[in-house]
Design a protein around this ligand. Structure first.
Ligand code: SF4
Length: 337
C-alpha cells in the first residue's frame, strides 16, 4: 500500500520544497506530461531533486496499470486496474466525465448482494493508489468527478481516502462537491469529513429504512439506525450546502415494498436529498434479483409524487459485467463470478 505521504517524504528527502512537491504531484494527478514547462524551472531545482525526480516519477507511474478495459454501451468503461504488488481493483469511467474508484481490495462490510464483500477485506488501497486510478483514467478521457463507490468501504480506510480527497481537491483539479464520499455509515466519517480542507459531498448507502433488514443485508455495517444515519447525513449536507445523496440498490421483493416507500418518504421528504435508485444487477451466485425496469420506474414516480427527489439510474457497465467486484472476481483463477 503506497501513500501520498510516502512520496512527499521522498521528495522532501531529495531537497524538494513544498511548492516543488505540489508541482510534481499536480502533474501526476492530472496526467499532464511530467516535463511540461519543466525546462523553464529545472535550473532552479536543487541538484539532488533533479537527480531523484526520474526515479520518483517512475514510481508514481508504476503504481497502477490497466489490466483490461470493458466498454459499456452507455459510454461507461469498466477498468480492471493492477497495482504494483499484482493485486487488482476496479475503476469505472462513467458517462459525463465521472470516475468511480476503489478504496479497498475486498471489503469487510460483507453486503449480502455484493461480490466484493464475499471474501472479506484483503488489503487497503493506499492514498497514492487511489489517485493513481484517477491519473490512469485521465490517460483515456477527462475526469471531472470522482465517486468513492467502487470496491471497499471508504470509512474503513478513512486516512487514505481523505488524503486522496485532499490531493484531488487541491492540485488534482476536481471541484470539492464533485468528490463523493460514499459510506454505509460510520460515526468516524461524520467527525472527520467536516474537519478537512476539502469537504467532499456525501452519499449514504441506505438500501432499506428498516433497521432489522439493514442488519441482515449489511451484516458488518455499524449498527446505526436508518433514522440516525439520515439525520447525521443531513447535518453534514446542511453544513456543506451540498445535497445528501442516498443510494438504494433496488432488490426485487426485498426493498421495493410499500413499507419501504412509506419509510423513504418519512425519512427524506422535506430534506435536501437525492435518492439514487439503482436496480440491482443479478449475479448468478447470489440470491437476489433485479426488479423489472417498469416496476422501478413506477416506484421512482411514486416517490417523486410524494415529495422525494428520486433519480433512477442504471448502474454503469451493466452490459459488460454487472456490479462492483465482479470484474475482479472473474479475473481470478478461482473465479466466483
Ligand atoms: Fe463493501 Fe460496498 Fe460491497 Fe457493501 S456493497 S460489501 S460496502 S463494497
Amino acid at each position: 500500500m503506497t501513500t501520498i505521504g510516502h512520496f512527499r517524504e521522498s521528495l522532501r528527502a531529495a531537497g524538494a520544497k513544498p511548492g516543488h512537491a505540489q508541482r510534481v504531484l499536480r502533474l501526476w494527478a492530472q496526467a499532464l506530461p511530467q516535463d511540461s514547462g519543466r525546462r523553464d524551472i529545472d535550473d532552479f531545482l536543487p541538484k539532488t531533486l533533479r537527480a531523484a525526480l526520474p526515479g520518483i516519477e517512475a514510481e508514481l507511474s508504476g503504481l497502477a496499470r490497466i489490466a483490461s478495459r470493458h466498454p459499456g454501451q452507455d459510454g461507461s468503461m469498466r477498468l480492471l486496474v493492477q497495482l504494483a504488488d499484482g493485486q487488482t481493483c476496479e475503476s469505472v469511467l462513467l458517462p459525463r466525465d465521472g470516475l468511480c474508484v476503489s478504496s479497498q481490495i475486498g471489503c469487510a462490510v460483507g453486503c449480502r448482494f455484493c461480490m466484493t464483500g464475499k471474501d472479506g477485506l484483503l488489503r487497503q488501497v493506499g492514498s497514492a493508489e487511489i489517485v493513481a486510478q484517477v491519473a490512469l483514467a485521465r490517460t483515456l478521457r477527462p475526469v471531472k468527478k470522482v465517486v468513492f463507490m467502487g470496491m471497499g468501504e471508504p470509512a474503513h480506510n478513512l486516512a487514505n481516502v481523505m488524503e486522496a480527497i485532499e490531493l484531488l481537491g487541491t492540485v488534482g483539479n476536481i471541484g470539492h462537491k464533485n468528490l463523493v464520499f460514499s459510506t454505509v455509515g460510520d460515526e468516524r466519517v461524520f467527525e472527520r469529513l467536516p474537519q478537512g480542507p476539502v469537504k467532499p459531498a456525501l452519499a449514504l448507502s441506505l438500501h432499506t429504512t428498516r433497521a432489522d433488514l439493514r442488519a441482515e443485508l449489511l451484516p458488518r455495517a455499524p449498527r446505526i439506525s436508518p433514522d440516525d444515519l439520515v439525520e447525521a447525513g443531513d447535518a453534514y449536507a446542511r453544513a456543506t450546502g451540498y445535497p445528501m445523496q442516498v443510494q438504494w440498490t433496488l432488490l426485487e421483493g426485498v426493498n421495493d415494498t410499500a413499507e419501504e416507500v412509506a419509510g423513504i418518504v418519512r425519512l427524506l421528504k422535506g430534506r435536501r436529498a437525492v435518492l439514487n435508485m439503482i436496480p440491482y444487477n443479478t449475479v448468478p451466485d447470489l440470491p437476489f434479483r433485479r426488479p423489472a425496469w417498469e416496476k422501478a420506474v413506477a416506484l421512482a414516480r411514486e416517490l417523486h409524487g410524494k415529495g422525494v427527489l428520486t433519480k433512477l439510474r442504471d448502474s454503469a457497465g451493466q452490459d459488460v459485467d454487472a456490479g462492483c467486484g465482479q470484474l475482479r472476481a472473474r479475473s481470478l483463477p478461482r473465479s466466483a463470478g
